[in-house]
Design a protein around this ligand. Structure first.
Ligand code: MG
Length: 216
């Protein structure tokens, strides 16, 4: 039982484990306004930043599943001239401060300043996947098998292009967006319900999830 064949299999086993441990981490790409914080149409003042109920708990639960958590947010108010880049950064800093108070540090935050109506080939504005792909490059993440969560159809559509799961939350604009949602996407009451859904989906797929297997 201890012949070369056995030893060979053991070496193969260790090799596979090594590949598994270096596979890219998946992410939860979360929209900001109407998903993590209250959507006041255009959030231009740090004083208007308020986390949605359950958001911090949701992010802790997603982190516990070993997902990277990345904010991807359309900020057309910059491109429309409603507020400045500095305003955006002040608001973003306040979001980070409130999340940190709850023990959460995002792995990354990506924003698109473009107004609607730009060239669909080049705009970063969701449903473009430019922000997600940039985050994946910067942070070494896998987009396939990741989750795409937000209160608009444009937040979940990147799941289709990148091979993940889209979850529409019914906070923010979500309730209004639900009617036009394609059947392939999931729906959750809020970010906390979305986290619970991710927990259930991950428990179902386990290690057999095709998206988890490198290169096959
Ligand atoms: Mg939103």
């Amino acid at each position: 039982m201890t012949g070369p064949g056995h030893a060979g299999r053991r070496r193969t086993g260790r090799g596979y484990a090594a590949r598994e441990s270096t596979r890219r981490r998946r992410a939860v790409f979360a929209d900001r306004d109407g998903t993590i914080i209250e959507d006041h149409q255009y959030v231009a003042d740090p004083g208007d930043v308020s986390l949605l109920p359950g958001a911090v708990e949701a992010l802790h639960r997603l982190r516990a599943l070993d997902f990277a958590i990345v904010t991807v947010t359309n900020q057309s108010g910059i491109g429309r001239g409603y507020y400045t880049l500095d305003d955006y950064h002040r608001v973003a800093a306040e979001v980070d401060r409130q999340l940190l108070a709850g023990g959460i540090v995002m792995d990354g935050t990506y924003f698109c300043p473009d107004a609607p109506g730009g060239n669909p080939e080049t705009t970063c504005r969701k449903p473009s996947t430019i922000m997600h792909e940039r985050a994946a490059d910067d942070l070494g993440l896998a987009t396939a098998g990741s989750y795409f969560v937000g209160d608009k159809r444009s937040d979940v559509l990147p799941a289709r292009a990148l091979g993940g799961t889209g979850i529409l939350v019914l906070t923010g604009h979500g309730a209004a967006e639900q009617a036009s949602l394609d059947a392939e996407f999931r729906v959750a009451e809020d970010l906390l319900s979305a986290a619970a859904l991710v927990e259930r989906l991950e428990a179902q797929t386990g290690d057999g999830h095709a998206g988890l297997r490198p290169g096959r």
